[in-house]
Design a protein around this ligand. Sequence first.
Ligand code: TMP
Length: 228
Amino acid sequence: MEFGGKFIVIDGPDGSGKGTQLERLAELIEFHGGRCRRARDPGGTAIGDRIRHVLLGYDLSRMDPHCETLLFMASRAQLVAEVVRPALQAGQTVLCDRFISATCAYQGAAGMSREDIIALGRLAVGDTWPHLTIVLDLPPEVGFQRTGRKAHHARKNSMDRHAGQLSMFDDAKPDAMERRPLEFHRRVRQLFRELPAIYPAPVVIVDAGRDADSVWNDVKEAVRRATD
Ligand code: TMP
């Protein structure tokens, strides 16, 4: 496999095992003598981490979806300029946890058009799009069970109401995205599954509802096809 200068993204819902698969991929690449640069979106730079804090530490019900989308893109523009592009130019393989694919799914579910998101993406990252995006597909309920959060259907007259958003968790510190109701996360999943048809770069969907070794076999195969 020829990894040098390749940009690979793993995306999907929380609890889908992105971290585990990214780590295995990094080990494989390094085993073959490649050099890896790990990246995280949103964040991954000093400026991006501050934007991440605004996005995930506050009450998104008061934030306009356009503002939300532009902030994710702003963090990403910095990540690409400061980390991704220089690493690719130096012949490294960049392994990124989430990217524009996540905006298509999450902010798409929040009501933004995916065409607009992709147009903004072009503005933010130019032609630095991933050579491969792997989406780990999982029902949100399963993801929440795995991360230890208890998902439940939004309850209308609930005491859980968190500044206008219905909480879907029983534990203490969900981030702003996690506080959105189960229906939102179902829509996110649907939009992730539709990504191969609308994304301007290659996307492979992998069933993440299996054990980590089976998922890894599919991830490896997708990377092999993309890098051969
Ligand atoms: P993380 O936990 O994988 O770092 O992502 C933080 C949260 O932000 C996660 O719930 C997904 C969400 N998110 C978006 O809503 N839009 C985006 O563009 C990205 C990258 C993440």
